[in-house]
Design a protein around this ligand. Structure first.
Ligand SMILES: NC(=O)c1ccc[n+]([C@@H]2O[C@H](COP(=O)([O-])OP(=O)(O)OC[C@H]3O[C@@H](n4cnc5c(N)ncnc54)[C@H](O)[C@@H]3O)[C@@H](O)[C@H]2O)c1
Length: 268
């Protein structure tokens, strides 16, 4: 039975991925710095019928001891880690770069960029022992070099995630590690992430124009998570990019926008 570890999986995309992996009978390790949400997520996962096990571990990805503890507990429980997904992330306040404080800049880069780097660094050492495993990093706005006022620092970190993941894939191949590396591009999901900045410390007010675009391009979490998990489970290639919202799909969505019935904001 395979084992998957997902960071930042007490809610949102991480939790949805965990649900689909559990339905596919993988042992699931959810982890998050928010203990209260983590316990709720654990209870939710237990309600899903599965032949596999689920455990939850509190882990702040900005803390190396927490990350190592998550790795050690997983290996002690399930013997090895087959899939690791670097999903934990925080959004930035809708502000220009010079309007952000040093503390805010540190938090965004520490979680969104350094968190993924340190998790990859430590889990790679573990996967090397078995000469197998897969690490997937979650891309986001900016990964493709797009720029927008109010998303520049988040975009900086996600652009770096894309470079980092490509570089890690190259190193994994050249050093014949047996580990495969991939990128997940989930598109737009109306999670708490969209309206909360800095790990829920601040609200983000969305304009009507932004909401309209999100309704056109956005998708339901379960649809995106099922798509990503199916691709991950089939993948054996190093350097893959699994993308939900392709340019083609986005163009089609705009062309058919007049018929769009999705309204993610009606209850918000
Ligand atoms: N929502 C979107 O439209 C969107 C689009 C593209 C990419 N993404 C990316 O997808 C990932 C998940 O986003 P989401 O929309 O599910 O967000 P979310 O806010 O719903 O979930 C993020 C989770 O990460 C956790 N987290 C935050 N800081 C952490 C830390 N230091 N250590 C451990 N956990 C931490 C939070 O507690 C939360 O449970 C993020 O990497 C995000 O950048 C989101």
């Amino acid at each position: 039975m395979k084992t998957v570890v997902i960071t930042g999986s007490a809610r949102g995309l991480g939790l949805e991925l965990a649900k689909v992996f559990r339905k596919n009978n993988l042992n699931v390790v959810i982890s998050d710095l928010n203990e209260e949400n983590l316990i709720k997520a654990y209870d939710e996962l237990l309600k899903i019928e599965s032949k596999a096990k689920v455990i939850c571990v509190v882990c702040n990805v900005t803390n190396v001891i927490d990350i190592q503890n998550l790795i050690t507990l997983t290996v002690d429980t399930f013997d090895k880690i087959d899939i690791w997904i670097n999903n934990a992330g925080v959004n930035q306040p809708n502000q220009a770069i010079w309007e952000l404080s040093e503390g805010e800049i540190d938090l965004i880069l520490d979680v969104d960029l350094k968190g993924t780097i340190m998790c990859s660094n430590l889990v790679m050492k573990e996967m090397l022992k078995k000469h197998s495993g897969a690490i997937y990093n979650v891309e986001g706005y900016g990964s493709n070099d797009a720029k927008m006022l109010g998303l520049s620092l988040y975009g900086t970190s996600k652009r770096a995630i894309t470079y980092f993941t490509d570089a890690l894939a190259l190193e994994a191949k050249e050093k014949q590690t047996g580990v495969i590396i991939g990128k997940l591009s989930p598109g737009i999901m109306i999670t708490d992430f969209i309206t909360n900045a800095l790990g829920d410390k601040e609200k983000i007010i969305l304009s009507d124009k932004t909401k309209k675009v999100y309704n056109i391009l956005g998708d339901y979490l379960d649809v995106i998570a099922s798509f990503l998990v199916n691709k991950i489970l089939k993948n054996t290639k190093n350097g893959i990019r699994i993308e939900w919202l392709t340019n083609r799909k986005a163009a089609w969505r705009f062309m058919t926008a007049a018929f769009n019935k999705r309204d993610f904001f009606k209850d918000k």
